[in-house]
Design a protein around this ligand. Structure first.
Ligand SMILES: [Zn+2]
Length: 1015
């Protein structure tokens, strides 16, 4: 387990795991009850080590004061099931059941199993009950994830009734799934006629996971990560692809799937986790009485052995597709990986985590200097860094976006860099900075703490490490400090041990190859051919029948009344408003103050309005945000500035900011958003750094600028494969309003293209000059407003510090409202664009103009988007084979349809229209509306961490009264309202936008209503 991963878990999860519902990450939001008082009272009194409670033996009880929690370890006596409860004053309760899943082939069996167990079970014998629960609960998180050696089923909710509803569905799915053959065909793979209604159409491969994994490996960096792990740890389960290799998936049989379930999804191979303020005794009774008591102990045989250490380093080379968005001559990758200490040694893991941060984190790190800054590659390889997800932890150093001829040189530099570190060690301030970041990470509260905890602890716990020991961060911290005090060369010796004298080293290079996709396709066709050739008459008949049965089943309306549910009436009609105070400082800068139990941290943010920026500088706003805090300022060069930032803050951030007025359709706000947080006693230092940046940013280091531009461009291109639907939605709406057009320019494909152009410039000096001009105009207090979240006892001192800070900024505060009257002459119009990318899948979107937040139809549109999700999911995912699809309405913004990793294109665009007709023809019932409302409330009432309280008002100008009205609008929406808004805003819309991101498409090409954009 690694402390700072508490905060990073969302991003690492998305890269390393295959998940059930795409990127529904636990970063959201509601009225959770937060308290920093010590751990839950009463737990110690109720339980004693040695007690037996509902079949569970209490093994260990430990307070962890630094995290305000009590950890209780138990074991189920009859089955040996492991159980950990974390008692903490937090109403966002979490449940998770984890299984050690250790495949020995690349058929994707654990991943397909993860999908299939969620397709119906003993007590809930309807299709996809797990998915349907998304609409019957107020969960703050629901998902299932497959890692290299585990599968976990976590959820969180703030409602006790909901908790038990969800827990019973989860337990039933995991321990009593139907695992029907049809579900295996649907979720895994099958042979089927391309057109199920036409027996003469060719037979092809279909299946949700089959398509999902094709999409995953279309990303060459993802392919690289996979091969790197396979190559470094080849002897056991890490040597195979747990998510499934598309060419291996079709060798999995239904029987193999069921066998895998019998051993891996057994209580003797399970770990149960509960977290929060609900009583443990009830959890235990429920789990034992309803499930565990029916099982006895087995030996699942799922241990993962240590990887045998090599006597010689190894290396390999692989090929990938050409990336049309990358620089054409620099698309190779290289990485050097090492096998390190066992994950079950918490202190060693702790030290290695720190070492990883010191080696590559930020511009003062040796590898940053020796590799990134030399512009040998566009950025670090996504695998780079310390990784503690496997039996033996690993460290990887490498680059992507490399010229083929540079790989040997990079390999040498990596070696030299380790030598240099062994020789020179790390500067004291850097070690201090890393320790400071740990202290800050412990104090910073997120709304998904319990979930982050189980995700960080699972890799260790899953391999029989001690998760409670890993929670004792302060103990490890003290021990670490002692070590470096007693032995000043402590870290250098570690580097020597793990990198210099370590023969278990694996070097992987990857280069693009012309015709790679075609070759892959041919392999699939060959496999398909061999499968078809062996088919008997009988098999053909069966394929036709199964195709028809699946289609029919997908269309059937089924009774899901067996599933538990919350009711809309369980939702409180009123809210507890978050009080904020508004003051004016330094001659007129508006400052919003929100008092919260922030655990000794002060949170700062500021919006700087960009409305007065001249047109020719407008498109550079996102770039300024990208480099603002990374170029150096005043006397500090970028390295020194970064050092200071690390020593006293949790990072200084800048992002674009764009919102419509909640009431007046003609007004909006555009700007940049600055944000940062620090320990209370570092406030002056943090604001001094902002002052330095705003007054004296150093926009003159061309080389530094070039490095940053390349890094930003690479990150964006990489995000396209993961977030294609977001880019499609932004592009689809871009013609429908001025704000949408600006959003496309700032955060859409347009911005990606611009950044790529900049990154290929021989001399970016001209761009830098324009940025200077922009900075001069923007970085002052003229159009600034500020928000602060802090503990009330810190108020007086902090206000003085902020006043001081604002006094020192240039310009005079403008008395104008921060919402600027809309004056641009912009004519909304219909625009449909196909952006051609050589992906094997599409991202499709259609977009319509919505209404302001406070408009009386705002709530109904939001419910409508959720209602349609049901229809779209069936058509686009279940029938169409896409990874996902749905509709989204951002209150005050646009109404969008989207599909994600979609094998279809025009068919999906028609499905969007069909969804509207489905609503207009009354294809839904009252129950559907009820479910849609519950679904909407998951987002509306999601827990909000102290740092984020009051932000709705500050960022979106939505007052608590407006929010309360909006909630009531949603609660009161009638079926008639839904039909009406679907007709008025969608079917009868005078303009619409559409976008398709994906491969060449003849049909679209010939359509006169579509434009094609190529790179
Ligand atoms: Zn999946």
């Amino acid at each position: 387990m690694t402390f700072s991963r508490f905060l990073r878990v969302a991003s690492s999860v998305s890269k390393r795991l295959t998940t059930r519902y795409g990127r529904r990450n636990p970063t959201f939001v509601s009225e959770a009850k937060y308290s920093v008082a010590s751990a839950v009272k009463g737990v110690n009194a109720d339980f004693r080590v040695g007690d037996e409670v509902s079949g569970f033996a209490v093994k260990e009880i430990q307070d962890v004061p630094e995290l305000h929690l009590t950890a209780i370890r138990l074991q189920h006596v009859a089955t040996g099931a492991d159980y950990m409860h974390i008692a903490r004053e937090d109403s966002n309760n979490v449940f998770c059941v984890g299984l050690r899943t250790t495949p020995m082939d690349s058929t994707g069996v654990p991943h397909i199993l993860e999908h299939t167990v969620l397709c119906g079970s003993n007590s809930y014998p309807c299709r996809d009950p797990f998915f349907k629960m998304l609409n019957r609960s107020l969960s703050t998180f629901m998902n299932a994830m497959t890692g290299s050696d585990y599968t976990i089923y976590p959820f969180s909710t703030q409602h006790p009734k909901d908790f038990y509803n969800l827990m019973s569905v989860y337990l039933d799915a995991v321990f009593k799934p139907n695992l029907s053959e049809l579900d295996f065909f649907q979720e895994g793979w099958r042979l089927e006629h391309e057109d199920v209604n036409d027996q003469s159409s060719p037979i092809v491969f279909k299946g949700v996971v089959f398509n999902e994994m094709k999409g995953v490996f279309a990303d060459s960096q993802r392919l690289f990560m996979q091969k790197l792990q396979n190559g470094l740890l080849p002897s056991h389960t890490y040597g195979v692809v747990s998510g499934g290799d598309p060419l291996s998936i079709p060798s999995l049989t239904w029987q193999q799937l069921k066998d895998f379930h019998a051993y891996h999804y057994h209580p003797s191979n399970a770990r149960f986790y509960t977290y929060g303020d609900l009583p443990l005794a009830e959890h235990l009774r429920f789990i034992n009485d309803k499930y565990l008591q029916e099982f006895s102990k087995i030996n699942p045989g799922t241990e993962v052995p240590d990887e045998p250490t090599w006597s010689e380093p190894r290396s390999d080379h692989i090929v990938c597709g050409l990336d049309p968005m990358g620089a054409s001559d620099a698309q190779s990758s290289i990485a050097v990986s090492y096998k390190l200490a066992s994950i079950t040694d918490p202190f060693e893991t702790f030290v290695l985590q720190i070492l990883g941060e010191l080696l590559m984190g930020g511009p003062n790190a040796p590898f940053y200097k020796s590799l990134l800054e030399q512009q040998l590659g566009s950025s670090f390889s996504p695998s780079a860094g310390f990784d503690s997800h496997t039996r033996n932890t690993t460290f990887t150093m490498g680059l992507q976006g490399v010229r083929c001829e540079d790989t040997e040189k990079i390999r040498e530099i990596i070696e030299e860099t380790y030598d240099k570190v062994i020789e020179e060690g790390f500067p004291k301030e850097r070690i201090e900075a890393v320790l400071h970041s740990i202290e800050l990470a412990i104090k910073h509260q997120t709304s998904s703490f319990g979930l982050g905890l189980v995700m960080s602890l699972t890799p260790l716990w899953n391999l029989d490490g001690d998760p409670v020991e890993a929670l004792k961060i302060n103990k490890n911290l003290e021990k670490f400090k002692e070590c470096i005090q007693q032995n000043p060369k402590f870290l250098q010796e570690k580097v020597k041990q793990y990198f210099k004298n370590n023969s278990h080293k694996y070097t992987l290079t990857m280069a693009p190859q012309e015709g790679y996709e075609k070759e892959l396709q041919e392999k699939e066709i060959e496999l398909l051919k061999s499968k078809i050739e062996s088919l008997t008459e009988e098999d053909h008949k069966r394929i036709w029948e199964i195709g028809n049965t699946l289609t029919k089943k997908q269309e059937e309306e089924e009774d899901i009344s067996c599933l538990p549910t919350l009711k809309v009436s369980d939702i409180n009609r009123n809210i507890i408003p978050t009080p904020v105070t508004n003051i004016s400082l330094s001659g007129g800068v508006p400052v919003q103050i929100c008092h919260q139990p922030t655990n000794g941290i002060t949170y700062f943010s500021a919006v700087l309005n960009t409305h007065n920026i001249p047109d020719h500088l407008h498109s550079l706003v996102p770039l300024l945000c990208g480099v603002l805090t990374r170029m150096g300022a005043g006397d500090l060069d970028f390295r020194q500035l970064d050092q200071e930032i690390e020593l006293s803050t949790g990072g200084l951030h800048a992002a674009t900011h764009l919102v419509k007025h909640p009431i007046d359709v003609a007004q909006y706000e555009q700007g940049i958003l600055l944000s940062s947080h620090c320990l209370d006693n570092n406030l002056t230092r943090m604001l001094d750094l902002w002052t330095l940046i705003l007054n004296h940013i150093r926009l003159n280091d061309l080389q530094r600028f070039g490095t940053l531009v390349k890094m930003i461009a690479t990150d964006q291109v990489n995000s396209l494969v993961y977030s294609g639907h977001r880019y499609a939605m932004t592009a689809a709406s871009s013609s429908t309003s001025y704000v949408a057009a600006l959003s496309e320019q700032w955060s859409g494909l347009t911005n990606i293209r611009q950044m790529r152009e900049f990154s290929e410039l021989e001399d970016p000096g001209e761009v830098l000059e324009k940025l200077q001009e922009l900075a001069q105009l923007l970085l002052n207090r003229e159009q600034m407003r500020v928000s602060v979240n802090m503990s009330p006892d810190n108020h007086d001192g902090a206000v003085k510090t902020f006043e001081n800070f604002l006094d020192n900024l240039a310009g005079d505060p403008s008395p104008e409202s921060s919402l600027i009257n809309f004056t641009e002459s912009y004519t909304p119009h219909t625009l449909r664009t196909h952006h051609v990318f050589p992906f094997p899948v599409n991202f499709a979107s259609k977009s319509y103009v919505g209404v302001p937040y406070a408009h009386s139809d705002s709530g109904a549109l939001r419910v409508l988007s959720r209602l349609m999700f049901r229809f779209l999911h069936r058509e686009i995912r279940e029938k169409g084979g896409a990874y996902g699809g749905g509709a989204a309405y951002s209150p005050g913004g646009k109404f969008s349809f989207y599909s994600y990793r979609d094998p279809n294109s025009t068919q999906t665009l028609s499905t969007f229209d069909a969804a509207v007709e489905w609503v207009l023809s009354g294809g839904f019932c009252e129950r559907d509306v009820e479910e849609a409302k519950l679904g909407v409330f998951q987002a509306v009432d999601a827990p909000v961490a102290p740092a984020a309280k009051g932000k709705r008002l500050f960022l979106s100008h939505v007052s608590e009264d407006l929010f309360a009205d909006h909630r009531r609008q949603i609660l009161d929406t009638t079926p008639q309202d839904l039909v009406r808004v679907a007709r008025n805003y969608l079917r009868d819309a005078s303009i619409e936008g559409a976008c398709l991101i994906g491969p060449e498409n003849e049909k679209i090409e010939q359509d006169p209503f579509w434009q094609t954009a190529r790179n």
